[in-house]
Structure formats: structure tokens, C-alpha cells
Design a protein around this ligand. Structure first.
Ligand code: NDP
Length: 312
């Protein structure tokens, strides 16, 4: 550190944040990492992770994040269990403010604030989370192999999840709240041409049924106002994600959905010394392994930035 200015401050504690911390710490940047309100990020609400290389038997999401955290701590990452709630990127030294009002000065910032899945907001959906309710078919679909499932949503994510699940499950019910889909034409075509996907148009979810696991979903046709029950053991919510980028206001360039825009082939944002990694800047892949990869890239970019200015 030079005076009371951090070399590198990482915001967020998912795979991107901890990977950035491991690389930054091993490069001697003495990173300070703010975990945010949900330490560990989205993997904390996942059960088995079977697609992260290096875990041949799979690993529970929370355990994996505990290991990420331990690895970052082992190389002297200063981990603070606080939320950054404000930023000021106007000067050459960046200023962050914690929720409790502490000001943090830093030469570089690595953003890894992630994205959060949107939920319907039903009590039953919350209660049965990880007991049949999921927001990620690629993560959890395998556990429903051979079973009947439902997917709610009608965008590209829902279409992709439904077609993915249709390869594993005998029947996929797609619950679409309007009489048309928002998904791109090609994705719609793929859904409609898949024999074991049944699209339920004008259909809203009333309640996810089940006590210790999902046993069905109560739906309402909003044209006829009639309710019915579809027997499924898996309920996938695919109504979009929201990147956690609101605190960056207009300092950084964002796409229409709020994802941060980085320079192609790097993690650089339009502000010098501010780098973006993980799901906060990725609307396409959104995997733990890709987040970890961009976290590593951000640390290397930060290191080069500091070295070029002879700060380290
Ligand atoms: P979108 O915002 O595009 O779609 C969300 C869908 O969820 C809409 O169909 C919406 O319905 C529906 N929805 C929202 N709230 C509810 C609710 N309460 N009940 C029922 N349905 C609801 O999100 P996506 O995640 O699908 O896509 C985000 C972006 O990522 C898009 O730009 C997409 O193109 C892109 N993407 C691209 C992929 C690819 O190219 N392979 C894969 C995945 C995403 P309604 O239409 O009625 O508003």
C-alpha cells in the first residue's frame, strides 16, 4: 500500500472476485476484498456443482466457495465482510464507500459484483429452493434426469433451458405468460420443434406445490381464468438475471440490461484502473468457470496497470 491507498480493491466474493484475489495477492498487490451482502455469490444457493473442472466427484456450491475463500485468504487477501454502496471514479485515485460510511481509497478496482437471478416472488418458490426449485438448468438439470419438469419464462434463457432439459427429461412444460415468446425466432423454433416440450401459453404460476420437494405446479390460464395442476418434480425459473451494477451509475458503460461493457479481449472499463469481471459483465456464459477466468484476467490487467505507472 502507498499511504492509505490500496493497490487493488475487489468488490464481490463469487468465483470472479476470489479468483481475482488469488492472482492479485500472489502478484503482491495486497488486495482488499469486500464480500458484499451475499458472501460467495450465486453458488451459495446451488447444491452440487458437477461442471467445475478439478472436482471429479462434484462439490457443493457453498463448500466450493469456502475453498475459494480459504485459497484467497492463504495468500493474504484482506477479506472484509462489508458492502460497498457508493463509488467515486472521478479522480486518478478511486474512492469507494462502505455501507457503514468508511471511505476506501484505491489505485485499482476489480468489479465482481455478479448478477442475481430474478424470481417470481412466491413464498412456495422460496421455500422449495434447492428442493426442486432452481434458476439454472445447466447447474441442476442433471438431478432431474428422467423426471418431468417445468420451466417458467419465454426469453432466450427459458428457451435454452427448456431445450437443454428436454435432452434429459421425458417431458418439459414451458410456462409462458403471454401468447407469444420474447425469445429469438431461432430459439422459439427450436422449442416448438422439440417434441417433448409442451408450451403452455397465457399461463401464470400460482404456486409451486410440495412439502419437502416439488410435486407439481399450480398454474392459471389468464385468458380463461382457470386453474390447473401440472405434475412435475423440477421447477426452473428462467425469467432473466439482473446484474448488480447499480452503484456504478454513469461512471461505466453498460448495455441496455445493465451489464458492464469491457474492451474486447480485456477486463478494462472506460475508467482507467477499473476492471470488470464475472457475471456483472457477462450476459452470455454466466458460468462459475468463466467468471473465475475473467477474475484472473482482471487481476492481471490491474497488475499491468499498476506496473506501468510504477505504483508497484
Ligand atoms: P429476458 O428479459 O429476455 O426474458 C425474460 C422472460 O421472462 C420474458 O419472456 C418475460 O415475459 C418472462 N417473465 C418475466 N417475469 C415473469 C414473471 N413474473 N412470470 C412469468 N414470466 C416472466 O431474459 P433472458 O434471461 O431470457 O435473456 C436476457 C438476455 O440474454 C436477452 O438479451 C437474451 O437474448 C440474452 N440471451 C441470449 C442467449 C443466447 O443467445 N444463446 C441465451 C440466453 C440469454 P414477457 O416476454 O411476457 O415479458
Amino acid at each position: 500500500m502507498a499511504g492509505d491507498i490500496n493497490h487493488c480493491t475487489i468488490i464481490g466474493s463469487g468465483p470472479a472476485g476470489y479468483s481475482a484475489a488469488i492472482y492479485a495477492a500472489r502478484a503482491g498487490l495486497k488486495p482488499v476484498l469486500y464480500t458484499g451482502k451475499e458472501p460467495g455469490g450465486q453458488l451459495m444457493i446451488t447444491t452440487d456443482v458437477e461442471n467445475y473442472p478439478g472436482y471429479p466427484e462434484g462439490i457443493m456450491g457453498p463448500k466450493m466457495m469456502e475453498d475459494f475463500q480459504k485459497q484467497a485468504a492463504r495468500f493474504d487477501t484482506d477479506i472484509r465482510y462489508e458492502l460497498i454502496s457508493e463509488v467515486d471514479f472521478t479522480g486518478p485515485v478511486h474512492i469507494l464507500k462502505t455501507e457503514s460510511g468508511v471511505e476506501v481509497k484505491t489505485h485499482t478496482v476489480i468489479i465482481s459484483t455478479g448478477a442475481s437471478a430474478k424470481w417470481l416472488g412466491l413464498e412456495s418458490e422460496k421455500r422449495l429452493m434447492n428442493l426442486g426449485v432452481s434458476a439454472c438448468a445447466v447447474c441442476d438439470g442433471f438431478f432431474f434426469k428422467g423426471q418431468e419438469v417445468a420451466v417458467v419464462g419465454a426469453g432466450d434463457t427459458a428457451a435454452e433451458e427448456a431445450t437443454y432439459l428436454a435432452k434429459l427429461c421425458p417431458k418439459v412444460h414451458m410456462l409462458v405468460r403471454r401468447d407469444e415468446m420474447r425469445a429469438s425466432k431461432i430459439m422459439q423454433k427450436r422449442v416448438l420443434n422439440t417434441q417433448n416440450i409442451e408450451v403452455h401459453w397465457n399461463t401464470e404460476t400460482v404456486e409451486v406445490l410440495g412439502k419437502d420437494g416439488v410435486t407439481g405446479v399450480k398454474v392459471k390460464n389468464n385468458k380463461t381464468n382457470t386453474e390447473s395442476v401440472i405434475d412435475v418434480t423440477g421447477f426452473f425459473v428462467a425469467i432473466g438475471h439482473k446484474p448488480n451494477t447499480a452503484i456504478f451509475g454513469d461512471y461505466l458503460e453498460k448495455d441496455a440490461a445493465g451489464y458492464l461493457i469491457t474492451q474486447p479481449g480485456s477486463t478494462k472499463t472506460r475508467v482507467d484502473g477499473v476492471f470488470a469481471s464475472g457475471d456483472a459483465q457477462d450476459n452470455v456464459y454466466r458460468q462459475a468457470v468463466t467468471a473465475a477466468g475473467t477474475g484472473c484476467m482482471a487481476a492481471l490487467d490491474a497488475e499491468r496497470y499498476l506496473a506501468a505507472r510504477e505504483i508497484i
